[in-house]
Design a binder for this molecule. Sequence first.
Ligand code: PNS
Length: 168
Amino acid sequence: MSRVAVYPGSFDPITYGHLDVVARAAAVFDRVYFAVLVNSAKRNPIFSLDVRLAAIREAVDAVCPPEVASRIEVDAFDGLTVDFCRKVGAQFVVRGLRAVSDFESELQMAHTNRKLAPEVDTVFFMTALEHSYLSSTLVKEIANLGGDVSEMVPAAVSRRLADREPRL
Ligand code: PNS
């Protein structure tokens, strides 16, 4: 049986940290769904859903060898993560842990998801040390204030940030 994982998140925008996690997940699982939540509770998205999906696909194809990139699907989902897992036949949820501060909320989510869907287990990857300070929220803030985020996000994101209408 092939091992399928869902890597859910807001990914607004993706960072090098997310790319590191998905590439490592693809070394463990046969297929990994980069699953972008449609209606994130997070306010003021920097990118529309379509732009996020396009940037992720481009970044994955640029960074991962073709054999790996072909096993990473980029998709949007609405509703519960576990429902998306069931829809695509995934037995695992993948999440990245950067620091102890992530642990509490991730533990809660993992237990809740397991309650909702006992057949779906959560697997954590420790985000690479060099990316462990990164967060989409900070990237968004820096980009909105005109700062340089080119070392934090893939070129597919930097270019789309540069192409945005200037904020008044
Ligand atoms: O990138 P984020 O914002 O940390 O991702 C959070 C996400 C999308 C994984 C979480 O909010 C989620 O799973 N949302 C979908 C709704 C759901 O399943 N809620 C119950 C989770 S315990």
